[in-house]
Design a protein around this ligand. Sequence first.
Ligand SMILES: NC(=O)C1=CN([C@@H]2O[C@H](COP(=O)(O)OP(=O)(O)OC[C@H]3O[C@@H](n4cnc5c(N)ncnc54)[C@H](OP(=O)(O)O)[C@@H]3O)[C@@H](O)[C@H]2O)[C@@H](O)CC1
Ligand SMILES: Nc1ncnc2c1ncn2[C@@H]1O[C@H](COP(=O)(O)OP(=O)(O)O)[C@@H](O)[C@H]1O
Ligand SMILES: [K+]
Length: 516
Amino acid sequence: MTEVVTAAQMRGIESAAIEAGAVTGAALMERAGAGVVAAILRQWPEAQSATILCGPGNNGGDGYVIARLLAERWWDVRVLGMGDAEAMPPDARANRAAWQGEVAPLTRANLEAATDTDIVVDAIFGTGLTRAPAGEVLSVLKALGDCAAPLVAVDAPSGLCLDRGIPLAREGSVPKCDLTVTFEVPKIGHFIADGPACCGALEVVDLGLSHWRGKLGADTTRLIDAVPMVPPTEGTPHILPNFRKKTGHKYDNGHALVVSGGPSKTGAARLAARAALRIGAGLVTVASPPTALAENAMQLTAIMTRRCGGAAGLSEILEDARFTALCLGPSLGVGEQTRAMVRAALGPRFVVLDADALTSFEEDPSELFEAIAAVGEPERVILTPHGGEFGRLFPDENAALDAGDISKLDAVREAAQRSGAVVLLKGADTVIASPDGRSSIHAAHCARSVPWLATAGAGDVLAGLIAGLAARSDDLHRAAADATWLHVEAARAFGPGLIAEDLPEMVPRVLRDMGV
Ligand SMILES: NC(=O)C1=CN([C@@H]2O[C@H](COP(=O)(O)OP(=O)(O)OC[C@H]3O[C@@H](n4cnc5c(N)ncnc54)[C@H](OP(=O)(O)O)[C@@H]3O)[C@@H](O)[C@H]2O)[C@@H](O)CC1
Ligand SMILES: Nc1ncnc2c1ncn2[C@@H]1O[C@H](COP(=O)(O)OP(=O)(O)O)[C@@H](O)[C@H]1O
Ligand SMILES: [K+]
């Protein structure tokens, strides 16, 4: 996993390196510009001409470096610049002065006149965007959407808030780029909300600041981009700590319990149970209301069934301490009976609460949060809402998110603090946050785009994967992150046409391909 940072964290890394005397701002700008040029040459080896749009700050400074380096390669380069050269920060001003060619004003008319260009480079705003673009520059940003030539963003598509992944002006005010080249470490806004769709493909240029990146705090957000592997030692292959089952008895790999809904509402639990078993829980049992026991038993073989009469029945089953993880909520029904089952479920084991187990607390979410606090052990519970369920449990955070006042990441972080649970907010961008301050993001975009995963029951499978991994784990956040990655990986392996039943069946292939 790699870090993803806020604009402020990035500025912190940069200024720490400069203050330590390890590098100058000018050198960083040169590396940044050279990195963008290298990415352009790799992506469009036939291109010969570029129009570079330069803003008034250091993002614009990168643009002037790019212009110079492309001109040195005999490209036909046109520069449109914004603002007064004298008002630019020093390194940007120096690079603007070093540009030998003309700088035409950055206007919509000048952009639209540049029809004969192979590439357009957006170096207008990067991490320094502080307010919504307006006036002529807003008009330029909107016109960029109509450019026929490929569009390359320097650090960020201009107008995109790199902390929140939303346009600071309004919809349509951030150009949709073909390639975004960012520096040293990707930013949160590249991966959440509208960020991925605006960025296109994302490349990260190494600026040589890893020493200062290493000083980021433990609460730095992680990107779920791959499952970390222990490097091979002589004679042993890569080891995937969380996916490899423990050798030994089946109970060494935990026992997951999935609670089923009543008659004709049992499919969701079976989906979750099958996912839990496939991902490697040693045993999986479906706890079923007596009236649905036959329906469940008829369709389950390796997965066991247990008669479970409501909350009292669940408490009785859970007297067996060998149940290490529990999943409840999918198709369980909304109301007091489900609330009572949630209260019965909370205890010395990992509990995944999804769907109706969340919606049942819509009227009084604090009742759920108090019950979680009463468990007395941190990070035993994970809530896995989709957007609608999140709004029911966390109306304040959701309102701030909808208003664009906070990012999806911050909304989930606040939800984790408020609830005392790990919170996983689903979507094409999935965000996970823990009460201990950890957070992770998965973006199902570009190479990992799986729009066919938005299919009925996919969320039940995710809940089951988390329960299955948690059953034999001691780290719920990590189990949720790995399950999220694997869920998308299974959808990628299957491809379009996927239905939820296919997801657990793809797990063995994914594990095999990973060399588990
Ligand atoms: N970090 C690193 O390691 C490295 C960073 N590098 C590069 O530096 C970039 C960050 O540079 P930066 O801080 O100068 O900010 P940037 O994005 O150019 O914008 C600031 C300018 O825009 C203006 N402005 C803002 N909003 C506006 C609006 N709505 N409408 C109009 N104007 C607006 C703002 O004006 P002000 O707010 O001061 O009035 C100021 O003039 C970063 O993205 C990367 O490309 C690399 O060179 C090397 C390594
Ligand atoms: N566009 C998308 N790309 C990738 N994954 C998606 C997309 N939309 C939804 N998902 C994933 O699909 C699942 C849907 O879950 P959920 O909304 O609970 O549906 P259900 O209740 O039908 O199972 C979640 O894991 C979510 O992250
Ligand atoms: K930019």
